[in-house]
Design a protein around this ligand. Sequence first.
Ligand SMILES: Cc1ncc(COP(=O)(O)O)c(C=O)c1O
Length: 405
Amino acid sequence: MSLSLIGKSIAESPTLKLNEIAAILKAKGEPVIHLGGGEPKSKAPMDAILAATNILTSGEVRYTPADGIPELKQAIIRYTEDFYGRKVFPEHIIASSGAKQAIMVALQAILNPQEEVIFPAPYWVSYPEMVKLCGGIPVPVLPFDGSFYPRLQDIEGVTTSYTKAIIINSPNNPTGAMYPEEFISDIVQFCEKRGIWLIMDDIYHRLIFDGKKPINCYKYSTDLSENSKIILINGVSKQYAMTGFRIGWAVGNKKLINCMTNIQSHQTSGPSVIVQKAATGAINGLQSHVENLRATLENNRNIMMDRLNAFEGVRPVKPDGTFYTFADFSHYEKDSKKLAFLLLDKVRVITVPGIDFGMEGWLRLSTCGAVKDITEGIERIKWVLDPNSPNELYIGERKLVRDWV
Ligand SMILES: Cc1ncc(COP(=O)(O)O)c(C=O)c1O
């Protein structure tokens, strides 16, 4: 079959695949613990539900402008002022079907074939595939010091005349690491000096712990005119637990947003008006929902860290935010896909192999589920891996026997 070269080069989203596997196993009555998920379990805010219900019951569900409805843009303008202290206008904003589409359309607007996009590793699984979809070349960069905190030198070292953009995701999926203010300042100035687009994927910026404050990239920019090459990405999926609604947005200079709008107008048109209304409701509504979620996630992070720190041979890195913990399991198994499969096969615990994020030997464990899932999930993993575990484990009525050692 003559599929395109680009099409054939794109891997399926491993995280979406895991959700599918979890759903199939659960439907079969399997005692699955899903530590692979990337979505909060809390309900969407009532303000979002009411706004969506209102438009639905009106029956007036129509096309919207390709870059989003005016009231959502007004909400995003206020959001940008509140969290970034920056006054922007509707022409600086595009609302898309998820932050995923906002990033994709931004890349389509700026990349020529063979141009390079740098991002620190470990990275969100979609960055390399999105760059490839645009005919570009993904350039992941691992910090030389072995930490998950990149330094400017690391980025500078892989920058070439083909470098068109740098993507920064802090707090980071999968590590939860929040990059230091000094690094954000360095990278903003570096991109300005070299004329490189800087995509700031701030999707987790309100889900941070230990009293830390989100870092505002605009604070370090010396040129916020229409020449600014900062593209700020955000969305409602994570902070408002609205992953299924599919609304994200980009803030950028007018020419860029106009170009993105043209692309989106032929790709999907504007996002569904129902979810745009819901997103507007969430952004304009009661914000205690976000703080409750943040506090729950911090508590879950602490429980996950306690459990992993007591797990001999496993090296977790304490997350500063998000709902992921990244941990080194290479003491037990260097092939992370093999390990994730073993855990799924033996004890029905779903994890995400580190290799999907560019780090072999590690697993990403989610903390967005119930505390019981975290504690029982780690217990089951320990039972599989620790050679000193008892020979048998009961999951409900089911008796499992260690037959692999
Ligand atoms: C780093 C990062 N950026 C963007 C997204 C996409 O979010 P959305 O649901 O708004 O498309 C995700 C979702 O997992 C993510 O982890």
